[in-house]
Design a protein around this ligand. Structure first.
Ligand code: SAH
Length: 459
């Protein structure tokens, strides 16, 4: 058989029509069946593209000029959209974003889970899909002797120095990062230099409670000491009364991970509060908390609806974080058991149960894949199991424990449709039926997709 050659050469300029979109948000156009992936190209568009990389079975291109724009192409409001790695699809109408996300979920259900008939509902979107993030963590650098903060340029660790605002970030967070940087700069704090592994301030993190407007500031340094700590704290807290907590975290390792192991409260409380529905939550620096509070409420309501809890039901909430879903379920259930691997989050969970006068939720520290089989051995028989794992999905041992426990229903909350589809296949083979899937847009302007799905035990 003749060896197939790529039909394009590097640096060649071609005109291409786009048909599809990858899960990274790249447009896909084909030349004699050979796919070229092009950032910022939209399906339905015709554009001039420069070929930048040629592999055997696919290549990459750069968008040079859109000849026939899609009716869904919009002007991105962010000045640095085309440099920043944070958002991928600000150039796409919101309506198309929602449709595209639903389609992507349908696709993986078909291809990975072999579940072509399961209803995947239209994505639940936001009315105003901007300024939704309640948390920001910005790397700190220096330019012309001044501290700068900004996200990294795509696929690099160069800070975008002309980023003035982030349009998906809560305005309070934007302002607070700016304030901390300005004050730190005045006291001569140096930024951490990744290449030389020198300097002080690595990241400025801010978390805001949307309903309470309480602010937590986390300063991540390489050094044990934060120079001028007293003065910095004084100035921040005297100027900004919403600040309720200032945390100093030390990260002296050469790593991409933002926070290190040592965390000190240097002012105020170790947590801030926020409210979802009727429940109040304390959130500490190291605990996971959903970043889009507007959509979280819709997500949890859907999870609760899918759980169909009655007052005699026993519920397990695996990967429970600070117990948000657990306490939502505990409003209706007889008893909820939560399990979570981060000890600080479990402490928050216990505190949150007390805070809301709930006595029917109990929280355990540990790996869900170890605790669940142990619970099974102890004879725990849940009516409903809720799981909400990180991107990599559920551990196989956990899936097996769920199958062995034979709950009436499973509610699977997922931030990664591919691993969701993989796990649904295993649960289907283990005796459950996927009834429906609801995508919820927790991350507008990005390619990330959140889903809630309901499974029932097959009779
Ligand atoms: N349901 C919560 C948290 C979901 S995020 C909410 O909606 O807020 C996923 C959580 O799983 C994180 O808190 C993370 O710390 C936790 N986690 C990760 N691996 C785990 C494991 N093996 N066992 C238990 N929890 C785990």
């Amino acid at each position: 058989m003749a060896k197939r050659k790529a039909p394009v050469k590097k640096n060649e300029e071609i005109t291409l029509t786009f048909e599809d979109l990858t899960h990274e948000g790249n447009g896909v156009g084909k030349i004699d069946g050979y796919p070229l992936f092009v950032p910022y190209a939209l399906p339905g568009e015709k554009a001039v593209v420069k070929v930048v990389k040629v592999n055997k079975n696919y290549g990459f291109g750069k968008l040079i000029e859109v000849k026939e724009p899609s009716s869904n192409r919009v002007e991105p409001p962010c000045d640095v959209f085309y440099k920043c790695g944070g958002c991928q699809i600000q150039h796409m109408s919101y309506e198309m974003q929602l449709k595209m996300k639903q389609k992507q979920v349908k696709n993986v259900m078909h291809k990975i889970a072999h579940l072509s008939d399961v209803p995947v509902h239209p994505t639940i979107g936001m009315e105003d899909p901007w300024r939704y993030r309640n948390k920001g963590a910005l790397p700190v650098g220096e330019k012309d002797g001044e501290l700068i903060t900004g996200f990294y340029r795509m696929r690099s660790h160069d800070i975008i120095s002309d980023m003035e605002t982030c349009v998906v970030q809560d305005e309070v967070n934007d302002r607070m990062v700016e304030a901390v940087r300005r004050i730190a700069n005045r006291f001569g704090i140096t930024s951490y230099d990744e290449k030389k592994d020198k300097g002080t301030l690595r990241h400025i993190m801010v978390r805001t409670g949307r309903k309470t407007s309480e602010v937590m500031i986390i300063l991540v340094t390489r050094t044990e000491k934060l120079p001028h700590q007293k003065e910095i704290v004084k100035e921040l807290t005297e100027t900004y009364p919403n600040i309720k907590s200032i945390i100093h975290n030390i990260n002296n390792r050469r790593t991409n991970v933002i926070m290190g192991n040592k965390t000190k409260v240097i002012w105020g409380e170790p947590y801030i509060y926020d409210t979802i529905g009727d429940i109040r939550f304390a959130i500490s620096a190291k605990s996971f908390y959903q970043i889009n509070p507007y959509q979280t409420e819709k997500l949890y309501e859907k999870a609760l609806e899918y759980a169909e809890i009655t007052k005699d039901d026993i519920v397990i909430d695996a990967y429970c974080g600070i117990g948000t879903i657990s306490l939502f379920m505990a409003q209706q259930a007889k008893k909820v058991y939560g399990v979570e691997v981060v000890p600080e989050a479990v402490e928050d969970g216990k505190k949150n149960a007390t805070l809301n006068n709930m006595t029917n939720a109990e929280f355990f520290v540990g790996e869900a894949e170890k605790i669940m089989p142990w619970w099974k051995k102890q004879g725990l028989q849940p009516d409903v199991i809720v799981v909400d794992p990180p991107r990599k999905g559920c551990d196989e041992k956990l899936l097996q424990a769920m199958i062995d426990m034979e709950p009436k229903r499973i509610v699977y909350v997922s931030c990664n449709p591919s691993t969701l589809a993989r796990d649904l296949r295993i649960l289907e083979d283990g005796g459950f039926q996927t009834k429906e899937i609801q995508p919820v847009d927790m991350f507008p302007q990005t390619m990330h997709i959140e889903c809630v799905s309901q499974l029932v035990k097959k009779m």
